[in-house]
Design a protein around this ligand. Sequence first.
Ligand code: BGC
Ligand code: MN
Length: 319
Amino acid sequence: MLNFSKNYTTYKSLHMGPSPVVQSTYTTDGRGRWFPLTCRPRQRTVIVIPFRDRDDHLKIFLDHYVPILQRQLLDYTILVVEQQDFTRRFNKGVMFNAGYKTALSMTDEDQVPLCLILHDIDLLLENDRLTYECSQHPTHLSVGIDTMEYRLCYTLLFGGVVAIFGEQFNISNGFSNLFFGWGGEDDDFRGRLGEAGLFPVHHENRTIARYSMLTHDQVEKSEARVYLWLTGPERFHCDGLNSVEYTVDSIHYKEHYVLIKIDMPTDFKTSSMCLDCFSGGLKTKTIQKAVNTSTVNSTVNNTVNSTVNITVPEICKMT
Ligand code: BGC
Ligand code: MN
């Protein structure tokens, strides 16, 4: 376990110095992409980090990961996707979808496969043996986290850090755009992978997939998360990459990362994010079926009963 897991002040005072160390065998295109001069990587790794108001974590993240990524001889870009809006809760799904679309638009003369690493900003890899590359199956990397005693808290957990080819992300229609606040969007995403024929997903070996988590204030939970997750399969085809709506306010090419500032629609009710799925009314078949299964009960614990009555997420409700 690293010594900064519970409180990063110690880590901060040790590592908040100059920018991350760059190896002499590395070079950059000046637009966030770094690659080794000594070999040709098989993949183009883009680490997508949904972001809002975590400047201290970002500094630690860069200090920590730049040397690791370069030791792994990766062709990599760190893409920080910032939700500018503070009037709504954080929406990781929209940030991931916007990150994928941005990654696609970046120059790629070599045409090597795009590998996305979908990454929470507060998770720090504890060793170098876990390479940030994609393999045949979508892979959950943050299997062991110090605050969870290095164990999966439930077998279907698929959040934190995930490696997936861009092409696989595309065919699963990316993330739902409707999860505001903490929780559920990763469970929903896992369901999409199944629907897209990408099962089995893989969990990395937990002897090497070990992370320390930085501390932060509790994030507001999404009240609609269980309802959204239970009804997810009805919306996989209409809620995701194909309905996401956002504007890129600005792009900043920093030395070690690219920062993209995202604005979301001011009125969700008139946005494709809601209209594409909710205009025809919702079926409730899936939810009834799901409530009757034990998988659901063990996954969402006792929150099911209190949330099954919600029909449409507040954000999409017509008045
Ligand atoms: C939430 C997930 C979260 C997981 C682990 C679940 O209850 O739905 O979004 O990743 O807990 O904290
Ligand atoms: Mn966190």
